[in-house]
Unconditional design. Structure first.
Length: 384
């Protein structure tokens, strides 16, 4: 009999159990069973009747699937409308939608950098940008978190002609902001291009939710490229690159995740368009997300957040895991970040604000979180 070639998986699983790093899939139940502080539905639109109708109308018209690559049968007139609407919203010349935000990042970075280029990425950039670096075959340098001076040095010392700088606008683990104005300045001075992932910025930061790039006065800059997801504030699924017409045309020709992936499903296109239209009609939604995030931070006893993400660092992985579990048992769904998503000893609860959190929900959150956090903090080792 041959040995089981996957027996090493059992040893790995046991190691993760010992380290408090088990990961479990927890199917979402009904909407009323739990208060949601874990999702990325920042504007609270995934069940909005107009968004649902938008998805249904697109499915009725175009069918359930995109049916092919964007270059073959997967582009509908509605894909192009969505691209134009998103571009106009953020102040970019053009847009190109992808099947996911992950695919948008992989596609944009690999098509714009390659052998003979330099990519400088912030140490806190999202995993999809990290993977994009690896796939790009460019020389990759990781700059310390939020450090434009370091980016400047790395760009100035380069031998490569072409260079790309990568950063999230709002970092997903801590919800902190990239110093975009400075980053853009050093990028431009060094003849490089800045790629900003606005996954957590769109719908939350900037006038009416136009994003942090817009807020920093950088909309439409020819050497700045925005990537984003449609799965957070826009309550759908999919990704987008927002840039110049020239960059869009290049990505259509060269981005492998655009060319070889099936186009975005019509339901997602219809839902994202409806969500964007709602945000345009009620631009104060974006500020409401920030206001609710400030409420959550006050309740959790942490500093005021700059985004929808409120990070409550607890320390050991097991302490954070148990706290998240205790919240869940008491009707609060919260995120739990442990290594390798965050550094050792900084495991945390991650709360995300929604524009539509009610006063009643906030009162329940205050009671439950107050008790759970007091217990978790009592377990932490206090340094001598
Ligand atoms: N970038 C960031 C910063 C993200 O948080 C995410 C999603 N977690 C992505 C990209 C990937 O987007 P998508 O889920 O649409 O693939």
């Amino acid at each position: 009999m041959t040995a089981d070639p996957l027996s090493w998986l059992d040893a790995r699983a046991a190691e993760r159990v010992d380290a408090g790093l088990r990961r479990e899939l927890r199917p979402r139940t009904s909407d009323t069973a739990c208060i949601d502080l874990a999702s990325n539905d920042y504007l609270g639109l995934v069940r909005h009747p107009e968004v649902i109708e938008g998805a249904i109308a697109s499915v009725r018209y175009w069918g359930t699937g995109a049916t092919g690559s964007r270059l073959v049968t997967g582009t509908t007139a509605e894909h192009e409308q969505l691209e134009a609407e998103l571009a106009e919203f953020v102040g970019a010349e053009a847009g190109l939608v992808f099947a996911s935000g992950y695919a948008a990042n992989l596609g944009a970075v690999t098509a714009l950098a390659g052998r003979g280029a330099l990519v400088v990425s912030d140490a806190g950039s999202h995993a999809s940008l990290v993977d994009a670096c690896r796939l790009s075959r460019a020389r990759v340098e990781i700059a310390p978190h939020r450090d434009p001076a370091a980016v400047d040095r790395l760009l100035a010392e380069r031998r490569e002609e072409r260079a790309l700088v990568l950063t999230d606008s709002v970092f997903s683990a801590d919800g902190d902001l990239a110093p975009l104005a400075e980053l853009h300045r050093v990028t431009r001075e060094n003849g490089a291009v800045l790629v900003v992932d606005e996954a957590h910025g769109l719908g939350v930061r900037g006038a009416g939710g136009r994003g942090l790039v817009h807020e920093c006065g950088l909309a439409g800059e020819p050497d700045l490229i925005i990537t984003a997801t449609l799965s957070k504030a826009f309550a759908a699924q999919g990704g987008v690159v927002l840039a110049s017409e020239r960059v869009r045309a290049h990505l259509i020709d060269a981005a492998r995740t655009f060319i070889f992936d099936t186009g975005l499903a019509p339901a997602a296109v219809g839902a994202a368009r409806a969500a964007l239209s709602l945000l345009r009609r009620d631009p104060a939604m974006a500020q409401r997300v920030l206001d609710r995030a400030a409420d959550l931070a006050r309740i959790a006893g942490v500093g005021q957040p700059d985004s929808a993400v409120v990070s409550v660092v607890l320390g050991e992985a097991q302490v954070a895991y148990d706290a998240a579990q205790a919240c869940r048992e008491r009707g609060l769904s919260v995120g739990c970040f442990r290594p390798p998503s965050v550094p050792e000893g900084t495991s945390r609860l991650r709360l995300t604000a929604r524009a539509d959190l009610t006063e009643d929900e906030l009162a329940t959150i205050a009671t439950v979180l107050g008790e759970v956090l007091a217990e978790a903090r009592a377990r932490e080792v206090v340094p001598a």
